[in-house]
Design a protein around this ligand. Structure first.
Ligand SMILES: Nc1ncnc2c1ncn2[C@@H]1O[C@H](COP(=O)(O)OP(=O)(O)OP(=O)(O)O)[C@@H](O)[C@H]1O
Ligand SMILES: Nc1ccn([C@@H]2O[C@H](COP(=O)(O)O)[C@@H](O)[C@H]2O)c(=O)n1
Length: 555
């Protein structure tokens, strides 16, 4: 890897380890009393310290928040601005360069084992180069075994001379030394997601690491590249490394073939090796790697949501404010379906404690079920789930379908939230997370062909409209002959972009799915939501900028 980015990584590591996380602001009181909120703060604290893979900040002992960036994911609220302006595209922007130091999320990892990806490949195959990109996009901490060894030499450690000689000879340093350095760096780091580059180099490295840490990698990346190309790259690297000379390079190749390839074979056998063609350009290589890392992000978003809900349940306003952008917009059932912007509306509930209530009376617990995370791009993700809320003050379990839209920014978390209040029993996200939507187009459509590709009957869809329709829908079932279009839209799309069939909501201006905007003349006429026993219908009139819905429960 380029020495400069390695230096940057080391600087980040140092920064991360310098700050211990603790949350300081006092909790507000809805619905739990202080102890619940304290529990959340403890959790957030431990997440910040031990994990917080997508944290962009930490808080020092005095409670002053310090921004850290470059090492991880941070999210920020985009609010409806991005939506209502018809510019969902604006959500798909690059993360901001500068963090707002005052708004920082504290996210989310349960006390679990670190998630590790080993990055292997011949010398010069581009491991370090790609690790830097993965760190940027997915918030991993990059630990290069070679860098740690070189730093150990510089530190004047008693092992320094031995390590120096081994590196000059292209030999592999005893595992105990390298593993100790890795363990220390991991312990000092403020994350739970590590890219370990150039390790394990041999069978001893592999077995000892497993024994000492108990960690198995999620998978290994193997950068496959012929020696001629490796040699060309190493000789052109120009970083002043003692081992970037033809003599040592050849020795390193030999060691790689004899000692490192068997390790890769081992992971291949257990289905953990992901082979990448490293001869391609830097960008092409990254494009091949990128999908492998998306699941980490999905897990992080889900965890972030769970921590946020815990904060809400325990009345921990400070956690809530850290996650939510001040300009966040939401459709709240309590607002009768009206759009609320900003945090004031939400803050009110944090201050609402059952009068004279004790801890039990103010206790509430949410359980996330059926979570689905959809990454719109590497900066924006939707988390859709049904939230079951238990409340000790009542025997009812309430169910809400919620969608939270998270945007990666260098400052804060949560963008935009809206949810559909269901009844006391969950209507669930039936049809495998799809809701059936019936559309009528200019008063009728009688064809049964795929409406998204053929304009039939009295419908002549423009190319733009067809494209938009294809993008936003996944037709899972051919509709019967109806004078309308019927198709299935992922629930999170409907809910995430402003279409809100809520029982008590009337005439709420919302924003249509971006793709719907192309369908200017279409009237959204029915939304069906079904579960095993019942079908609910909302009659809806909509235009690209307004949407009204009325509950027409035919059950
Ligand atoms: N896909 C690529 N195409 C061309 N050159 C590349 C590519 N990827 C990296 N390089 C260049 O090749 C050289 C070696 O890359 P890098 O340092 O990332 O490799 P490495 O696998 O980390 O090496 P080592 O194991 O020796 O630390 C660098 O000069 C880098 O800029
Ligand atoms: N697990 C390891 C990793 C590296 N080394 C030694 O460091 C040299 C440079 O490593 P890079 O990953 O930066 O190329 C390598 O040739 C080894 O001498 C090691 O011993 N064990």
């Amino acid at each position: 890897m380029g020495g400069r980015s390695r230096l940057v990584n080391r600087a980040i590591l140092r920064t991360l380890s310098q700050h211990s996380s603790s949350s300081s602001s006092s909790p507000s009181t809805l619905p739990a009393s202080g102890s619940g909120a304290n529990a959340v703060r403890e959790e957030v604290k431990s997440l910040g310290r031990a994990g917080g893979a997508i944290l962009g900040s930490a808080v020092d002992e005095s409670g002053a928040r310090k921004a850290q960036w470059g090492a991880g994911w941070v999210f920020a609220a985009a609010g409806l601005v991005g939506m209502s302006g018809g510019a969902v595209g604006s959500l798909h922007t690059q993360a901001e360069e500068e963090p707002k130091a005052s708004i920082v999320p504290e996210v989310a990892r349960p006390a679990s084992k670190p998630r590790v990806v080993f990055v292997l490949g011949g010398p010069g195959s581009g491991k370090g180069t790609q690790c830097a990109k993965i760190v940027d996009s997915y918030g991993f901490v990059h630990l290069s075994a070679g860098d740690l060894l070189r730093a150990e030499i510089k530190s004047g450690s008693p092992d320094g001379t031995m390590i120096q000689n081994m590196i000059k000879e292209g030999k592999i340093v005893p595992s105990s030394v390298t593993i100790n350095l890795l363990k220390k760096a991991m312990a000092e780091s403020n994350t739970d997601k590590f890219l370990i580059d150039g390790f394990p180099r041999n069978e001893e490295n592999r077995a000892d690491f497993e024994k000492v840490t108990g960690i198995l990698p999620e998978f290994i990346l193997f950068f496959d590249c012929p020696e001629t190309e490796l040699e060309r790259r190493l000789l052109g690297r120009n970083e002043g490394r003692v081992d970037d000379n033809i003599e040592t390079i050849r020795k390193r190749f030999k060691v790689f073939i004899e000692s490192s390839l068997p390790v890769i074979d081992h992971y291949e056998k257990i289905g953990k090796a992901r082979k990448i063609d490293a001869t391609k350009s830097r960008e092409e290589v990254f494009n091949a790697i990128d999908p492998l890392f998306r699941p980490f992000l999905e897990t992080d978003l889900q965890r972030a949501t769970e921590v946020l809900l815990k904060g809400i349940d325990s009345g921990d306003l400070s956690t809530y404010e850290r996650f939510c952008d001040p300009g966040m917009t939401a459709f709240e059932p309590e607002a009768s379906g009206h759009l609320v912007k900003g945090l004031d509306f939400h803050r009110f509930y944090f201050n609402k404690k059952v009068a004279g209530g004790n801890e039990a009376e103010n206790f509430r617990q949410s359980t996330v079920t059926s979570p689905v995370v959809t990454l719109l791009d590497s900066n924006v993700g939707l988390v859709t789930y049904t939230r079951l809320v238990q409340d000790r003050s009542s025997s009812e379990v309430k169910a809400y379908n919620e969608t939270r839209l998270w945007q990666r920014k260098k400052s804060a978390l949560v963008v935009y939230k809206k949810y559909l209040l269901l009844h006391c029993k969950s209507l669930a996200l039936d049809l495998g997370m799809y809701q059936s939507v019936t559309m009528t187009y200019n008063g009728g459509y009688s064809g049964t062909n795929d409406w998204s590709t053929h304009g039939k009957g009295n419908v002549q869809m423009k190319e733009e409209e067809k494209r938009a329709a294809r993008e936003c829908t996944q037709i899972t079932r051919r509709p019967p002959k109806v004078k309308s279009f019927q198709f299935f839209v992922p629930t999170q799309h409907l809910m995430g972009v402003g279409f809100e069939p809520s029982e008590d909501s009337l005439a709420k201006p919302t924003n249509m799915l971006p793709a719907f905007r192309g369908l200017r003349d279409i009237q959204l006429s029915h939304v069906h939501q079904r579960n095993q026993n019942k079908t609910r219908f909302w009659r809806t009139h909509s235009s690209p900028t307004t949407c009204t819905s009325r509950h027409l429960d035919r059950h």
